[in-house]
Design a protein around this ligand. Structure first.
Ligand code: ATP
Length: 255
């Protein structure tokens, strides 16, 4: 038995498959026949002009919208039957967040633990520890008791990333995570994302307008294009095996 090749195959599973997906808001067709395959360990930069349909595509993938035509599979399962939502971390565009939302940073981070069907669940000791870990990783532990609405844009982005990481997701979907963040924080944030991609088995699908960042990490030319959308892709081969890593734990150890 060739363990190496079996391991390689097992690390490159289908994460997101779009087949001929179309979506319209009323009479406005936003997406038309989009097909794309994201494999495990891909880092995908989704590029397109304002209004091209990038956010709409992400919302279809996380099940907030239903395609009017075409198929979506997540981890090989048709989205209609998909239930393992805790394997996916989603950070929506910041301007979708209501700044008056009456929750603390800790509460927002912990809310990432709850499945869609379990709005109210007791927070176990282990859950609480994961929350603290996630906040330490994103360097927001000192803000834990503050109201989320009282934070700066960059701090809020860290809170939402911590919330998305708390379940140790396999797939992270980020909608313009760098918008409104100062250049230094952007650089640190991107460094963290690259680290996760290269050293942990996490697949990324990220909308970005930062072409310099996209080109430098994901290459000049898109792998595929569909209508006004372009998909730039970099695949990570850095891990030698398919072992699971507890991302939060490892990141903390690495400081
Ligand atoms: N809820 C909605 N109702 C009606 N039209 C919508 C809705 N959401 C988006 N649209 C329209 O769909 C089109 C695509 O919007 P979307 O937000 O997906 O674009 P985008 O590529 O993410 O743009 P941006 O780069 O500006 O964030 C736009 O013309 C937008 O006005």
């Amino acid at each position: 038995m060739t363990i190496g090749s079996a391991a390689t195959a097992a690390c490159h599973q289908e994460m997101v498959a779009l087949e001929d997906v179309s979506y319209s808001f009323g009479s406005q067709q936003v997406l038309s026949g989009v097909s794309f395959l994201a494999q495990e360990r891909d880092f995908i930069g989704l590029i397109g002009s304002n209004g091209a349909g990038k956010t709409t595509l992400l919302r279809l993938i996380v099940g907030l919208l239903k395609p009017q035509q075409g198929q979506i599979r997540l981890f090989g399962t048709p989205i209609e039957r998909f239930k393992e939502w805790n394997r996916i971390g989603y950070v929506p565009q910041r301007n979708h967040f209501n700044p008056l939302f009456p929750a603390t940073v800790r509460e927002v981070v912990l809310s990432g633990l709850y499945g869609r069907s379990k709005l109210f669940k007791r927070v176990t000791k282990e859950d609480a520890a994961r929350g603290e870990d996630a906040m330490k990783t994103l360097k927001i532990a000192d803000l834990a008791d503050k109201r989320i609405g009282a934070l700066s844009g960059g701090q809020q982005q860290r809170v939402f990333l911590a919330r998305a990481l708390i379940n140790n997701p396999k797939l992270l979907i980020l909608d313009e995570p760098m918008s409104g963040i100062d250049p230094e924080t952007q650089a640190n944030f991107f460094h963290l994302l690259r680290h996760m991609h290269q050293h942990h088995n996490i697949t990324f699908l990220m909308v970005s307008h930062d072409m310099e960042m996209v080109r430098s990490y994901l290459g000049e030319r898109p792998k595929t294009a569909s209508g006004k959308l372009a998909f730039h892709v970099r695949h990570s081969h850095d891990l030698e095996d398919c072992r699971e890593t507890d991302l939060l734990h490892t990141l903390r150890k690495e400081g």
